[in-house]
Design a protein around this ligand. Structure first.
Ligand code: NOJ
Ligand code: CA
Length: 557
């Protein structure tokens, strides 16, 4: 058993509905996903994170669960899921799935029973009810473009019920011991089915207490410790992943003392990387990484550039939020709930150098990187679609109709494939990039030249060096605000990472750098050169990885 496998993992997030249709009904499914495992293995990722696939009315893309122990039949059966899981494991790919525990769909039988059960009964109290909509006024409304209150009136129960997200997603009542037991049963169902980990959706909102923000309450942490004890006691190397989109200090608290979640998503890093790319300045990245570098043993951040949601700016200062919105969402259709609903490539103006630089940072900063499907080939988005659908369009496999996603017609439950002139499947697709070949030295020059091939190369390089997943980080003072320089180090190896965030060539003075042993790769952009004095010259918008032998000459920042 590879203990702490998640430290060295490279995670790929996808929704089975939009990945590949195996039976021609226009909806992605487990049979289709299974057919694409070779692609994922050749890209080099080591773990798949599947967005929700349980039975659901799909009013929040599956985060509105109607049955926790059934696969939505549109994607296949539980047997199809098991076949997929076995096939993934056979290729050495781990699989992480969702535990959407804060809320259910209002179509869930628990809610249907609750609204009809006598007030005060345990069945009714599976959810949080009130005679007024004034309680817990300290809790913010998260989906503020869609909802004005966290309470909704139920005409059947003749009472208000509590919901932190859409009003069709009533929150479960964790004060009810039957709820706590029911969620544990669901967790065990999927761990028994063989998944390698569970992402705990919206896990900071489990409890409500008057006079608080109803986030991050001690009771929530206590329940997480209970889940963790079950995982440790019965399920060996499986992992719990916290989805907590808050400040660095609060998010960090979900590691507990190493007795809560193994992994927490590093939400605060995303706006810092975007701001750094825009300003051409590195300091914001170093600041946020420094404040979050210290985590309990066995814990790991999950770092990412984009995911299936908007780029959340809710934890930003007003000034920084305004700067990021003005820079990256000039059209109001690009905005959602104070965030930015765009994919990576369009965010950075489809500038290949910026996409690669962002990935190179993702693969070298501390944490386990998470790639959002399609970003590795530079897929675009569609701001004309509602909510977050515009960045949830079908994976683009070929230049054929529907991007090769289906042999039939794309179902209305799947957002239409992107077909604009810049990002359409006719231009941006896996076949055109042959990225699987990027990892092989014999790949032809044109294939090696594709974005996908570059990303695959970076992943394969990263996987050869444990310092990326496990090493400490030390920032170097290279006295140039456009450059980010740091060393990732384990007892066995040290890797120097230098990134130039500016549009101009920048020199790294040699006295600021440790002696370089071996140039690992131009992680992104053109190779670095040296000038007459031995200084390294960094091409505009680029990143280089070097193996170094000693840290003696480091000047810590
Ligand atoms: C976070 C998920 O990532 C998002 O897509 C969803 O809408 C909310 N949680 C509610 O489940
Ligand atoms: Ca299908």
């Amino acid at each position: 058993m590879n203990s702490e496998w998640y430290m060295d993992a490279v995670i790929y997030a996808l929704h089975v509905k939009t990945f590949f249709d195996g039976n021609g009904d226009g909806i992605g499914d487990f049979a289709g996903l299974t057919l694409k495992l070779d692609y994922l293995a050749s890209l080099g990722v080591t773990c798949l994170w599947l967005l929700p696939f349980c039975e659901s009315p799909l009013r929040d893309d599956g985060y509105d669960v109607a049955h926790y122990e059934r696969v939505d039949p549109r994607y296949g059966s539980l047997a199809d899921f098991r076949r997929f899981l076995d096939a993934a494991h056979a290729r050495g790919l781990r699989v992480v799935t969702e535990l959407v525990l804060n809320h259910t769909s209002d179509a869930h039988p628990w809610f249907q029973a609750a609204r009809r059960a006598p007030a005060g009964s345990s069945k009714r109290n599976f959810y949080v009810w009130s005679d007024t909509d004034r309680r817990y006024a300290g809790a913010r409304v998260i989906f503020r473009d869609a909802e004005t209150s966290n309470w909704a009136w139920d005409p059947i129960a003749r009472a208000y019920y509590w919901h932190r997200f859409f009003s069709h997603q009533p929150d479960l009542n964790f004060d009810n011991p039957r709820v706590r037991r029911a969620v544990i049963k669901v967790m065990r169902f999927w761990l028994d089915a063989g998944v390698d980990g569970l992402r705990l959706d919206a896990v900071s909102h489990l409890y409500e207490r008057e006079g608080t923000s109803c986030d991050n309450l001690p009771e929530t942490h206590e329940y997480l410790r209970e889940l963790r004890r079950i995982v440790d006691g019965h399920y060996g190397d499986r992992v719990l992943i916290a989805e907590v989109n808050q400040s660095p200090a609060v998010t960090r608290s979900y590691f507990g003392e190493g007795d809560e979640c193994h992994i927490c998503f590093h939400f605060p890093l995303v706006p810092r990387i975007l701001a750094a790319l825009r300003r051409g300045e590195a300091s914001g990245i170093a600041d946020v990484v420094r404040t979050t570098a210290d985590v309990p043993a066995g814990c790991q951040w999950a770092v990412f550039l984009r995911n299936h949601d908007d780029v959340s700016l809710s934890a930003e200062t007003a000034a920084e939020r305004d700067f990021l919105l003005a820079s990256y969402a000039p059209d109001s259709r690009m905005r959602l709930n104070q965030g930015i609903r765009r994919r990576l490539a369009p965010l950075v103006g489809n500038d290949r150098r910026r996409i690669e630089l962002a990935f190179a940072l993702l693969f070298s900063l501390p944490g386990t990187p998470v790639i959002y499907y399609g970003d590795e080939i530079g897929m675009g988005d569609n701001v004309a679609l509602p909510d977050r659908d515009g960045l949830r369009t079908p994976m683009q496999w070929t230049a054929d109709a529907t991007g090769g996603f289906t042999t039939g017609a794309v179902s209305p439950i799947v957002p239409p494939p992107i077909d604009d002139p810049e990002f359409g499947y006719q231009t941006v697709n896996v076949a055109a990039q042959s990225l699987g070949d990027g990892a092989r030295d014999d790949a032809s020059a044109s294939r090696r030249a594709s974005l996908g091939a570059s990303i695959a190369r970076m992943i394969h390089t990263r996987r050869k060096h444990r310092a990326f997943g496990r090493g400490t980080i030390e920032f170097l003072d290279v006295r140039n605000p456009h450059l980010l320089a740091f060393v990732r180090r384990t007892a066995d190896e040290s890797i120097l990472v230098v990134a130039n965030l500016s549009d101009a060539v920048q020199l790294v003075a040699c006295d600021g750098l440790p002696p370089v042993e071996r140039h690992l790769a131009p992680a992104a952009g053109e190779p670095a050169g040296t000038d007459a004095n031995g200084s390294i010259s960094m091409q505009p918008i680029s990143c280089q990885w070097f193996e170094i032998s000693s840290l003696r000459s480091l000047t810590p920042a």
